[in-house]
Structures are given as structure tokens and as C-alpha cells.
Design a binder for this molecule. Structure first.
Ligand code: GLA
Ligand code: ZN
Length: 670
């Protein structure tokens, strides 16, 4: 696949506007030394670019762009619309958001424009017109970065009106809407579009901000908000596109961020970019999953727009990255499909709430720091690696279904348990693939399933239009489907499929789930596989009857002891595994191993190892990324002996080992 870039972009957020000119000069020297070749600029400069309604001033930005252009940087140019100037709030209070509690906000913070404010749109548009007109032809502007980390929600009157328009388009008639949201329940029937109230705390939203009395309404509001913000993105994108039809345009996403349907967003983006901020105790496999999700959005290489070279400031505990950790984290990012490594930020700010946020240049102001040396080492290595890995692809025969409608719907349910969360369930299944080094793609509900041998669809609570047919086709033609409890329950409006769970998946799974038991944290059950293996299970237990499926494991206790907990159903040329309860990782591995063996899906290398290994395929060779995230030394798998590590140029010998955070990139010709 052709990369969007001619080299690995190595750099990050840079705010010279916060510093004096002498410091700019010094920065250029330091950055060159660290092999930094890219800078993301102008992320929060609206107030400077437009001091008042009538006047723009691009003098400083011109100087910054000139300086970086002369130095041969790849400029990632942001549009500054994520933080509005104070005068705009003062003159037009409607640009601010109204929150879930119904409070209308004032000037302050960022990422807080009402997406449906025509005034916000007008002024953002005008600013982007100016920027695009001025810089779109600059050949050093490699990429446009629209806004910043879109997110959040607004519950103002403008949004309410826009929501009604959005609903009218979707449902056409008020009776269709009443049906979709099942408004007969609690006598909420509406007779006029203007009777529709948005679901915040003053309406149908509940105290904790996550529950709702009408999930159909709240899910639609989430879809509407995601679309509204996406509308803002598209507005800016279209302006830039008009000035440069070949521009690469993106906005920085946030991994498993809940409230935007990123699969929908990605369709409008030229390349996905995202900000990776694991906590001190985030498992490496969890970060890997997020990378795979971000790659999966377009099934293509992505940009790492932000990571900290050292510390963060906004986590509860902002631990230092240990020596070698930033480097290993960066390679893991490339291993999962990144074509860029960018930091937030290049120079640590002097004031404001991010003054303790790590940076390439710390407050001491020199390059004589551990962090700088590590940044430089990585810069040199990436420079040597050159263009080799750019555009290479991560292929997989297994896919895990990830769907934002399901994310929202599952977590809006009242009952059967409060402990069920979407991403955790997905992660438990992802982790199996990670531990085994089996390549896996994160795929949308409307993916082409025929590209995969195995599709895992954990907690597929909402089965949307077309999915039953697509999954049936997939299994009929030989695919292996793995699904679980809380699947096939509702349609896209959150109304239950009547006639027995798992609704549209019942025939495929060959089971009927009659009841769902919820276990409190102190309660557990056990399931027994037919080889005698016992696995503890918790949280939810489906009570089911087989209807053609074969039982693989039964519950051991409670009044449903001896009834099926895990089943397998032959269907056409394929089969469906149904996992009726929440198992630990051993239980998941046991079922998934059976499924992988049946499907013939193997690890990226044959040898078992505790190293993390991925494979990116380029035109003439495959790049194996071999990484040690364990606390101990591990042997390099023998299949790599005799090959060369592309980072060091050294030959790999039998008996070689890797210490914690060691990385090798091993090209293997086809
Ligand atoms: C986000 C933002 C940045 C910065 C970092 C700090 O990713 O995009 O502007 O605030 O967080 O971690
Ligand atoms: Zn609003």
C-alpha cells in the first residue's frame, strides 16, 4: 500500500508562539540533533490569528511556517478551531455548550464549541478559509490536522432543534419515531416533532450520566452528536480540499473513546491519526488493541499523532517512562501499523495545566537530559530504517467486531448487571490473540466477513439491519463465528427481538437462551468442559437449551448445574461457538484454541514465545517486529536465526536473548 508520507514523520506538537525567538533558534538546533523532521503547529492559536471579529494576523504563523519550511520539516498544520477566542464567547454566548446538567457554559477550557451553533460554524469556516488560502500551496505542509480531539456533547437549544431535524430525516413520520423508541412505555408518546426533548438530566437522562429511561432516544442522540461533530470536521475538510485536492487531511482520534462512531468518521478522513496515552499500569496488550482498532478503522496504516516522550500530567499518577520504554512503545506503534511517531510536545510549557506534561525539551531548556537522549536515539534509528516499513500492511485471518452503536447500547441497559462494559469484553477476546501472536483485525459491523476465517463478536447485543444475513452467509460458506452472552438481544432502535434470545443469531448458534442470571462480584459459578477442565465464571450466566448445537461445557453449580454454558453449532460449511458466560482468560483460550485449530488460523510464527511479535508486509519482504514487554530476558525465536535486525544491522545468532524493552525488526524476503 502506498504510504501518505515520504518518510516516517518524527516530531510532534510544537508551540513556538509560546516562546521568544531566541528559543526558536535553539529549538531548531536541538530538533535537528534529535532527527526530528516534523512539527504539528497551530493547534490552539485562534485567539492569536484573529484578535477580533474584524482582524486577522498571520505574521507570527507565517514566520513559524517559514522557519520550518527552510529547515525542511514536514509540517502538520492544525486549524485552531478547537479553542475559541474569548471575544467570540462574549459576543455570541451561543457558541458555548450546554452540559448534561443543563448549565450553559462560559469562556474557558477548550474542545467546547456547540457543534450546531451556526455562529461557531461561520467563524470556524472563515478562519479555515484564511488558513487554507494562505498555506495550502506550501509544499512543506504535508498534512492538515483539523480541530483537536473532537469529543464531548452539547445539550443546548440549538442542538435540540437540530436533533429534531435529524430525527425527521431518519424517521419521516412521528409514528415511526414513537415505535422506534417504544414511547408507549411510561406514556411518553409524542404528537409533534417539537415535543421531542433531548436526553440530558432535565429530560430522560439519569443521574449518573450514563443511564437513560429510553435507550432508543439516547442512542439516537449519540448518533446525532457524533454526526454533528463530524459535520464540523467535514465543513473544514471541504474548505481545505477546495484549495488543495491532494491534501492529506486528518483529525486526532482517541482510541476506544466512547462517544464518536470512529468507523463512520474514518470514512471521511484521508488517514486515521490518534493519541496514545497509556497509564502507568495499562497492559501492553490493551495499547496493542487500540492500535489495531485505529488501523482497523480504514484497514490501513495510521499516524501516531501524540504520545508523551516521558510523563503526562492528567493521569492520577504520572509515572516516568523508564529507560527504553518510550522507544519500545514507539516501535510497538509502528508494529501495529503506524507510519509516524509524534510527540505531545516538543517543548514543555511554562504555565497552564500542562506544565508538568512531558516534552522533548524539558524546563531546563537544554538537550542534556535522559529524555532528549532517548528521543535522539530513536530519531537516529528511524532515520536509518528509512522508508522500509512505510505503507506496509498488517494482514489477519481473524477479525474482532467492534461497533460503537453496540458500545453505547450495551452500556445504556438497565440490568441485568451494572458490571458489564463493552471494551473490557472486547479486550478479553483481543488478549487471547495478543498472547498467542495471532494477527487480528478490528472490524466494523458491515465488514466484508468473507476476508476472514474467524469472526469474533463478543457481546453483540445489537444486531443491526443486514448483520443477520451477512453473518449467516459467512458461516454458511465455512466461516467460524464466536459470539457470547448478551448477543442478538436488540435491533438498532434498542427494541428486543421477540421470540427468544439470541434473536437473529438463534438459528446460527443453535441455542435458545431462556433466562440470564446475574452474579454479584462475590458470587461465582464453575463450568466443566468435557475433558474435565473446570473454569470459574462470573457476572452473567445464560440459561439455555441446545437446538442442534453440541454442548462443550456445562455449569457445575446452582439450580442450572448440568445445563449448557458453551456450545458449538455446525451450520453450512462453518460453525458458531456460543459462549454463555463470562469466563477467565484460561476459559476463553480453551474455546478460542479449538476455534483457531478448526479454522486453520495460526500465529505469525510457529514457535511459542512470550515476546510480542507482529508482521507488516511490504512489497518485497515481511517485517517481523519482535518486542519484549516482559520483566525477564527472553530468547529470540530460532526461526529468526541467520536474519538481520534492521535496527542494528546485526546478524541474529542462535542463543541471542532480548532484555525488557528490547526490539528487533527483522525483514524476511518472500
Ligand atoms: C491531548 C491533546 C493535547 C494535550 C495532550 C496532553 O492529547 O490533544 O493538546 O492536551 O492531550 O496529554
Ligand atoms: Zn449545542
Amino acid at each position: 500500500m502506498e504510504s501518505k508520507f515520504k518518510r516516517i514523520l518524527y516530531g510532534g506538537d510544537y508551540n513556538p508562539n509560546q516562546w521568544s525567538r531566541e528559543i526558536w533558534e535553539k529549538d531548531m538546533e536541538y530538533f535537528k540533533d534529535a532527527r526530528i523532521n516534523s512539527a504539528t503547529i497551530n493547534v490552539f492559536s485562534w485567539a492569536k490569528l484573529q484578535p477580533s471579529e474584524e482582524e486577522y494576523n498571520f505574521a507570527e504563523l507565517d514566520d513559524i511556517v517559514d522557519m520550518l519550511s527552510k529547515e525542511g520539516y514536514d509540517i502538520v498544520l492544525a486549524t485552531s478551531t478547537a479553542s475559541m477566542p474569548a471575544w467570540l464567547f462574549r459576543k455570541y454566548p451561543e457558541v458555548a455548550r450546554t452540559d448534561y446538567q443543563g448549565r450553559h457554559h462560559k469562556f474557558g477550557q477548550r474542545h467546547n464549541a456547540c457543534p450546531n451553533s451556526a455562529i461557531y460554524q461561520k467563524y470556524a469556516k472563515a478562519l479555515v478559509e484564511q488558513l487554507a488560502g494562505r498555506y495550502a500551496q506550501n509544499e512543506h505542509v504535508t498534512c492538515w490536522h483539523i480541530n483537536n480531539e473532537y469529543g464531548g456533547e452539547c445539550y443546548c437549544e440549538n442542538c435540540e432543534k437540530a436533533f429534531r431535524v435529524w430525527l425527521k430525516k431518519k424517521y419521516q413520520s412521528i409514528s415511526a419515531l414513537n415505535r422506534a423508541w417504544n414511547l408507549e412505555f411510561w406514556g411518553h408518546t409524542v404528537y409533534d416533532w417539537d415535543e421531542i426533548v433531548l436526553p440530558n438530566l432535565l429530560g430522560d437522562g439519569m443521574e449518573n450520566g450514563i443511564s437513560t429511561s429510553f435507550a432508543g432516544l439516547s442512542i439516537d442522540y449519540r448518533r446525532f452528536m457524533s454526526d454533528s461533530l463530524l459535520g464540523n470536521y467535514k465543513m473544514e475538510r471541504d474548505i481545505i480540499r477546495a484549495y488543495d485536492k491532494d491534501a492529506t487531511i486528518t483529525t486526532n482520534l482517541m482510541g476506544t473513546y466512547k462517544w464518536l462512531d470512529y468507523f463512520k468518521w474514518a470514512k471521511e478522513m484521508d488517514i486515521v491519526s490518534w493519541d496514545n496515552y497509556p497509564g502507568y499500569n495499562t497492559p501492553w496488550s490493551y495499547t496493542a488493541m487500540r492500535h489495531d482498532l485505529m488501523r482497523g478503522l480504514k484497514d490501513a496504516p495510521f499516524m501516531l499523532m501524540e504520545q508523551t516522550p516521558s510523563q503526562q500530567n492528567w493521569q492520577p499518577y504520572n509515572s516516568l517512562k523508564k529507560p527504553g520504554q518510550m522507544r519500545a512503545q514507539s516501535y510497538q506503534t509502528i508494529a501495529h501499523g503506524a507510519d509516524t511517531i509524534q510527540f505531545f510536545q516538543l517543548r514543555r510549557s511554562v504555565g497552564g495545566c500542562e506544565k508538568f506534561h512531558g516534552a522533548v525539551i524539558a524546563h531546563v531548556g537544554t538537550n542534556d537530559t535522559r529524555v532528549f537522549r532517548e528521543v535522539k536515539q530513536l530519531g537516529e534509528e528511524l532515520e536509518r530504517l528509512g522508508t522500509a516499513t512505510l505503507g506496509s500492511v498488517n494482514e489477519a485471518q481473524a477479525g474482532i467486531l467492534f461497533d460503537w452503536d453496540n458500545y453505547w447500547a450495551l452500556e445504556y441497559t438497565s440490568g441485568p448487571t451494572k458490571d458489564l462494559t463493552y471494551v473490557n469484553q472486547i479486550y478479553q477476546y483481543y488478549n487471547f490473540f495478543y498472547e498467542k501472536n495471532i494477527a487480528v483485525n478490528m472490524i466494523p459491523f458491515d465488514a466484508d466477513f468473507s476476508k476472514y476465517k474467524v469472526v469474533v463478536a463478543p457481546v453483540l447485543y445489537m444486531v443491526k439491519e443486514g448483520m443477520q444475513e451477512a453473518l449467516t452467509e459467512f458461516v454458511k460458506n465455512g466461516g467460524i463465528l464466536i459470539t457470547t452472552f448478551m448477543s442478538g438481544i436488540v435491533d438498532q432502535s434498542d427494541n428486543v427481538y421477540l421470540g427468544g434470545y439470541p434473536g437473529p443469531l438463534r438459528e446460527l448458534a443453535g441455542v435458545w437462551v431462556e433466562e440470564i442470571d446475574a452474579l454479584a462480584p462475590e458470587q461465582t459459578n464453575t463450568i466443566t468442559f468435557h475433558d474435565g477442565t473446570k473454569i470459574p465464571c462470573s457476572m452473567l450466566c445464560d440459561l439455555m437449551h441446545v437446538e442442534g448445537a453440541r454442548c462443550l461445557a456445562e455449569y457445575s453449580t446452582d439450580f442450572y448445574a448440568g445445563t449448557p454454558a458453551i456450545t458449538k453449532n455446525q451450520f453450512g460449511k462453518g460453525s458458531t461457538y456460543y459462549i454463555g458466560t463470562n469466563m477467565n482468560s484460561d476459559g476463553i483460550a480453551k474455546v478460542l484454541e479449538m476455534a483457531m485449530a478448526e479454522a486453520g488460523v495460526a500465529s505469525v510464527i510457529d514457535e511459542a514465545t512470550e515476546l510480542e511479535i507482529t508482521c507488516r508486509k511490504a512489497d518485497t519482504c515481511a517485517y517481523y517486529f519482535v518486542m519484549n514487554f516482559k520483566e525477564k530476558e527472553l530468547a529470540v525465536p530460532s526461526c529468526f536465526v541467520g536474519y538481520t535486525d534492521a535496527i542494528t544491522g546485526e546478524n541474529i545468532k542462535s542463543g541471542d536473548t532480548m532484555a525488557k524493552f528490547d526490539v528487533k525488526i527483522i525483514p524476511v524476503a518472500y
